[in-house]
Design a protein around this ligand. Sequence first.
Ligand code: PLP
Length: 283
Amino acid sequence: MWKNVGYYNGEIGPLEEMKVPMNDRALYFGDGIYEATCVANRVPFAIEDHLDRMYNSLRLLEIPFKMEREKMKAELQKVIDAAEDAPVHFLYWQISRGVAPRNHVFPGAEVEPTLMAYVKPHAMKSMEKPYRLISLEDNRFKLCNIKTLNLIPSVLANQRALEAGCDEAVLHRGSRVTECAHSNISILKDGVLRTAPTDELILPGITRKHLLALAKENGIPTLEEPFSMVELMNADEIIVTSSSALCMKVESIDHIPVGGKDPRRIKLLQDAYLAKFQRETRK
Ligand code: PLP
């Protein structure tokens, strides 16, 4: 058992000591996809949703990964089970197109995709403490629906947020809000939960999907339509969702106070989400 566990193509060990081949295409091109979720009681949360998205990302990038779902789950469970006890773990995994000399075009059919994973203890953010956001122009490419390893615009955006003393960056294309650097964003306005539709401009977040379902179950109407920066600033509440932090309320954007006008509904959604997480990760 290790505190931080690493995995590469079936080999497991302490994360800090694991090595990967220099010709893995993830290193040169970010030529691969990834997934991540929280784990409690050694149960990975919403694993079926993450595997659905994983296989879809692989299909869209034409990566011929052959491992089927049950074997995939068993491999990830091995990594989880090799970790020392912690209240919550973070499970990350990625699949690259394989190991081959650097060349933009795909390698030959003999090259197998590689599977890499790690598990670490994870401190879940308290939903009591609201997020502060900065806003930035969304300068990403139009493959945002695929969970690829190419995250440079998100890395830069999160660095800018940190430098501004904030937690996340909300991105917009012109006036249209897309999502955040590593989260989706939704608003509550006049009792309706509104979030951008799942087109090529946003990642179809698992937490976003669960939030929409929970809203419906709790009698909150939903609308999957784009909204503008002006609508964001005037929303009753703003909710940022991701697998690592679940549902965070937002208190400011660019240091201007926002939201705070529908505390009952946002609390209902946060509580419902936490209850779902706890229920589904119970042993
Ligand atoms: N949008 C982007 C760009 C992300 O990177 C992420 C998570 O990593 C999300 C949204 C949230 O997705 P999920 O709820 O599946 O974690």
